[in-house]
Design a protein around this ligand. Structure first.
Ligand SMILES: Nc1ncnc2c1ncn2[C@@H]1O[C@H](COP(=O)(O)OP(=O)(O)OP(=O)(O)O)[C@@H](O)[C@H]1O
Ligand SMILES: [Mg+2]
Length: 384
């Protein structure tokens, strides 16, 4: 027996089915309501917020599948189970694709129905718990970032400040070796501060405020800036960066953050390329989205690493085998891309290269002013 009182909604146009379900549920301790059409069922679900809904697939008016879609939209944690009159596998599969948790073929015995109710309610509990955990994780993440910023960044900045003062005071009165040691201390603390700041941004603090300042941005601007920043390292490794960018591709966003997001991906493409490799950056409009792709012919990403590379501090095989970094770049990029309502995916042919694709919603208004110049078509590294 369920200790808790739950709400169960039955939607079926056959009175005999409703009657028998009501009879079976009598004394179960649950609140039960019923509707004999999809329209009334949905109206009731809106106001009443049931935990579990049984839906007949075949009803006059709106179909069971439409009801399932609408229910899922209303509350993604509510659980729907379909009644199928003709127990065809195909219709059950289709119902599952529309979000049904399970199906019950008519006619069913009271025990079959009771057991389905129990399964459905257990699933509902799991979904509600999962949603609560996700919310809690998000809060923890934000609190954690706030703590890190106070407890780590502030003292580091203070140490750095004091070091500058001591270095200035001791200038001329200590030997070169001691000077060098102080300089190295200061440089390492500087690196740590940069790391903490990047890490903090990957935890969303600044990003949540970023949206307020969104403006139309021609994506060619951030891409040119990112290619330019990556150029020094590309030249050092004789890696050629080619760009093919639609000047009309515009998104609503924060230009600085977008540059950072793209730079992390292009920077990786160069970093994980072999000497003399090639990186191709392209951006184009495609059905309401702007698609930016960065392809390299570098070391590639092992399949086992792929699901984790967007997590903070995950470095994977390529990262662990010598290249410098902290494993933050892609976490930060994903955070920025998602703050812009987009998403990023990666695919790779290990040993052959990788492709990163960023999709952002296109901004449809015309760009104000002359717009950013498209990037150079091809900027070739030294001694190619
Ligand atoms: N283009 C790429 N080719 C091969 N491996 C890649 C590529 N981009 C990312 N990776 C893998 O994904 C991991 C995570 O990338 P990410 O940019 O987050 O961190 P990082 O480059 O190691 O360090 P950071 O960006 O903080 O300097 C890398 O360590 C590497 O293993
Ligand atoms: Mg990186």
């Amino acid at each position: 027996m369920n200790a808790e009182r739950r709400r169960i909604l039955l939607v079926d146009d056959e009175a005999v089915v409703l009657d028998s379900c009501l009879a079976i549920l009598e004394g179960s301790g649950h609140e039960v309501a019923f509707a004999s059409s999809g329209e009334t069922g949905l109206d009731m679900a809106r106001g009443w917020q049931p935990d579990l809904v049984f839906v007949d697939l075949k009803m006059p008016g709106i179909s069971g599948l439409e009801v399932l879609d609408a229910l899922r939209e209303l509350d993604p944690t509510s659980v729907s189970i379909v009644f199928t009159g003709f127990a065809t596998i195909a219709s059950a599969v289709e119902a599952m694709q529309h979000g049904a948790y399970d199906f019950l073929a008519k006619p069913f015995t009271p025990d079959e129905f009771r057991s389905m109710v129990r399964r459905g309610l257990t699933q509902r509990e799991l979904l509600v718990e999962r949603a609560a955990l996700l919310r809690e994780r998000e809060t923890l993440r934000e609190n954690f970032a706030a703590i890190v910023s106070h407890e780590l960044r502030s003292p580091l900045a203070a140490v750095q400040q004091n070091l500058f003062v001591v270095m200035a005071e001791l200038d001329g009165s200590i030997g070169d070796a001691q000077q060098e040691r102080l300089r190295r201390m200061s440089a390492r603390i500087g690196d740590l501060l940069v790391l903490v700041n990047r890490w903090l941004r990957s935890f969303s603090i600044d990003i949540s405020h970023m949206r307020e300042g969104f403006r139309p941005v021609a994506i060619s601007g951030p891409i040119s800036a990112a290619i330019e920043s990556a150029q020094a390292e590309a030249v050092r490794k004789a890696v050629a960066i080619a760009g093919d960018v639609d000047p009309g591709a515009v998104v609503a966003g924060d230009e600085g953050a977008l540059t950072e997001a793209v730079l992390n991906v292009i920077g990786n493409a160069v970093k994980y390329s072999r000497e003399g490799g090639r990186v191709v950056v392209s951006a184009m409009r495609r059905d309401g989205t702007v698609e930016i792709s960065v392809a390299d012919s570098g070391v590639g990403i092992p399949t086992a690493d792929l699901p984790w590379i967007f997590d903070a501090f995950y470095r994977g095989q390529a990262g662990a085998s010598g290249a410098s970094g902290a494993g933050i770049g892609l976490a930060l990029t994903r955070r920025i891309v998602e703050a812009h309502g987009g998403h990023i995916t990666a695919s790779s042919d290990p040993g052959q290269g990788s492709v990163f694709v960023i999709e952002l919603p296109a901004f449809d208004a015309p760009v104000p002013g002359p717009g950013a110049a498209p990037p150079e078509q091809v900027s070739k590294g030294a001694s190619g």
